[in-house]
Design a binder for this molecule. Structure first.
Ligand code: S3P
Length: 172
């Protein structure tokens, strides 16, 4: 499958950059979190409250597998999409994988006004983000074809770099 798949932590800009990339490439844009919400008929905090993180991860897995089987879409994933080995396999098989790397400071900045992330409903979101990053950064790197630094850079510049580096990628 040849999709363009964006991975990375909360606040990396996956949705913003994904939407811009899809426009540039004239491809449909899909967001796995939005897809989960549509199918469930409920938002992500509700799913976490009622079904727990485990319930959310099951729904996430089903949606990721299905979206990765499509062809020619730009896909933004949730920050925890890489946690399961079977998800990582599906993402890697689904297309080119771009890891949007971001410092925890930027993540805090970009997520502080947002109430839609249950994992950050805590007194110390910075600590949570640091702990998640320690576990997940190697998992993002494991499947990334391209790693892009997004800190302090406007989305359009990140998009340009992704497009250039995609052109230069050797076949797998
Ligand atoms: C999560 C990230 C969220 C969403 C859910 C869990 C995570 O997506 O999937 O709240 O485990 O990091 P974003 O990365 O789009 O915020």
């Amino acid at each position: 499958m040849q999709n363009l798949i964006l991975i990375g932590p909360m606040g990396a800009g996956k949705s913003t950059i994904g939407r811009l990339l899809a426009k540039e490439l004239r491809l449909p844009f899909k967001d796995s979190d939005k897809e989960i919400e549509q199918r469930t008929g409920a938002n992500i905090p509700w799913i976490f409250d009622v079904e727990g993180e485990q319930g959310f991860r099951e729904r996430e897995h089903a949606v990721l597998v299905e979206l990765c089987e499509q062809d020619g879409v730009v896909l933004a994933t949730g920050g925890g999409a890489v946690l399961r080995q079977d998800n990582r396999d599906a993402l890697y098989a689904g297309g080119r994988v771009v890891y949007l790397h971001t410092s925890v400071e930027q993540q805090i900045d970009r997520t502080s006004r947002d109430r839609n992330r249950p994992l950050l409903r805590t007194g110390d979101p910075g600590r949570v983000l640091r702990e998640l990053m320690a576990i997940r950064d190697p998992l993002y790197r494991e499947i990334a074809d391209i790693i892009i630094e997004t800190d302090e850079r406007p989305p359009r510049m990140v998009v340009q770099e992704i497009l250039e580096r995609l052109q230069a990628l050797p076949p797998r």
